[in-house]
Design a protein around this ligand. Structure first.
Ligand code: BG6
Length: 494
């Protein structure tokens, strides 16, 4: 069993402890860490204590009952061991807090007691309460050097507001105490992208404009608004998905090899890459909004309403965006990066497609054989695999010519690592926060480079009055998104 780290904080403080993220992700993740001995023995024996806080009035017992219910609902049946569950619940306590009132933080500090053994804070709070929360923590002595703070999105909605938030946090915490969360970085397959690129010899020599024709990144979802009307309509797909998750995938796919696998080296390379992203041209962007249609559900196709039906009011917010961009550095000159993401699309799928160039000369052309260029598909979810499409000859005597066919060289991560339990991103991220490992968190300069690029897109939408184009739920987005690749003689990997 892996050891309880000596760098672990003694206490974890969860803001928004009775919210949806806590119920679905954080509490099940913490239970998994408890099960594996990663947050130490019981609190009495020096293990991590978990204190929840939220606005609603509860006591410790209520919060434990809330957590119990969440675990019963979200843990797989074979992991509901009663004695482990009750030992986990003993770690939990609760303090009601109205973050808009500074006095509340004194009571919180009293509840936490001695935090000299280290305090990790997970903060996911309404943007309006952000600055008051940071000020309250500082006021109550909860921003000392032994404190780490994890920040969940949304952290601003443009460069200016993100800077304001970053400044407010920086007034109380040093950058090495700040852990900005992008849950995509906690996904196993996203980290595997670095292993694929930097632990194998065969890809790197071709990983540039000499070997690669273009790159595609798709994050498609079948879900719609999911009860997040207010937030989503204010935000839209560009800010909800591209500014963070999508740009992280671009950075990890395209960055230069870092010298070491550590927080500074990796984040230095990502930020260099993000700063090299070319501003997107108005003709290279598509905004879409879903209309009624049918999407894949548990047992076949399910009819669904359009975005405006879900919202029940008029809106110009995009639920889909497709873009073509370039990375302006030596490695990537002339290689387009096509990005798309949206809700209510044909499939739930996150993938990176590396389309290699064709061989320079087809020696089989005299034998009527057609060649296709190699394509590497890195599927992040729902399946986890790396698939390289290579050309092979169909068996036979070839009297009528040689027939070459594309066949996959397949690495199914699910099969190759069948014994390893698949962990949800928050298990990894919470443990890294508690132990103080910053590699998988986003640095301030990265976030600001992301916003700068995204703000330029939004400014063009405004100046060109670029409206959303409707697309049928269950499709791959507006026709214009298909035209974005087709007019360059390329196709999405659908
Ligand atoms: C969140 C977005 O950050 O990521 C959601 O706010 C989106 O709109 C979610 O559904 C997607 O995450 P995942 O892990 O399901 O791909």
């Amino acid at each position: 069993m892996p050891a309880f780290s000596t760098t672990s904080s003694g206490t974890l403080l969860l803001f928004g402890a009775t919210g949806d993220l806590s119920r679905r992700m954080l509490l099940p993740s913490l239970f998994a860490l408890h099960e594996d001995g990663l947050i130490g023995p019981s609190v009495a024996e020096g293990g991590v204590r978990i204190v929840g806080t939220a606005r609603s009035e509860h006591d410790d017992a209520d919060f434990q009952a809330f957590a119990k219910q969440a675990l019963e609902e979200f843990l797989p049946a074979d992991r509901k061991d009663e004695s482990k569950l009750s030992a986990f619940l003993e770690r939990l306590s609760y303090q009601t807090l109205d973050a808009s009132r500074i006095e509340g933080f004194e009571a919180l500090a009293e509840k936490l007691g001695d935090t000299s053994g280290g305090l990790s804070i997970f903060l996911s709070t309404a943007p309006a309460l952000f600055e008051a929360t940071i000020a309250g923590l500082a006021h109550a002595g909860l921003a000392h050097q032994g404190v780490r703070i994890g920040l969940e999105k949304p952290l601003g909605n443009d460069l200016a507001s993100s800077r304001r938030i970053n400044d407010a946090v920086a007034a109380a915490f040093a950058e090495d105490q700040i852990f900005r969360i992008d849950h995509y970085l906690g996904k196993e397959t996203v980290q595997n992208l670095m292993a694929l690129r930097f632990a194998n010899m065969m890809f790197e020599p071709l990983w540039n404009s000499a070997g690669i024709d273009h790159v595609q990144i798709t994050i498609s979802e079948t879900v719609g608004l999911e009860g997040r009307k207010g937030f989503y309509d204010e935000t839209g797909a560009l800010r909800d998905m591209v500014q963070n998750h999508m740009l992280q995938l671009v950075a990890l796919t395209a960055m230069e090899p870092p010298a070491e696998f550590d927080a500074t080296s990796i984040r230095d390379e990502k930020v260099k890459l993000l700063r090299a992203l070319r501003p997107v041209d108005a003709r290279d962007m598509v905004r879409g909004q879903y209309s009624a249609g049918a999407v894949k559900g548990g047992s076949g196709s399910v009819g669904v309403g359009g975005y405006l039906d879900d919202l029940a009011e008029p809106s110009g917010t995009e639920t889909f965006v497709a873009l073509k961009t370039h990375v302006d550095n030596w490695r990537w000159q002339g290689v387009p990066f096509y990005l798309r993401t949206g809700k209510r699309l044909a499939e739930r799928r996150s993938e990176i497609v590396i389309q290699f160039k064709c061989v320079p000369h087809n020696i089989f052309s005299g034998k009527n054989a057609r060649l296709k260029a190699n394509r590497l598909v890195i599927r992040l979810q729902p399946e986890e695999y790396v698939r390289l499409q290579v050309m092979a000859k169909e068996p036979g005597l070839d009297r009528g010519g040689i027939v070459l066919r594309e066949v996959p060289l397949d690495l199914s991560l699910t099969d190759a690592f069948a014994k390893a339990r698949r962990r949800i991103a928050y298990e990894r991220l919470l443990l890294d926060l508690i132990e103080g490992a910053q590699t998988l968190f986003v640095r301030r300069d990265e976030v600001e480079a992301q916003w700068q690029w995204v703000d330029a897109i939004r400014a063009l939408w405004a100046s060109e009055s670029m409206d959303t184009k409707p697309y049928t739920s269950g499709s791959w987005g507006p026709n214009a998104a298909i035209a974005l690749t087709e007019r360059d003689g390329r196709s999405w990997n659908d």
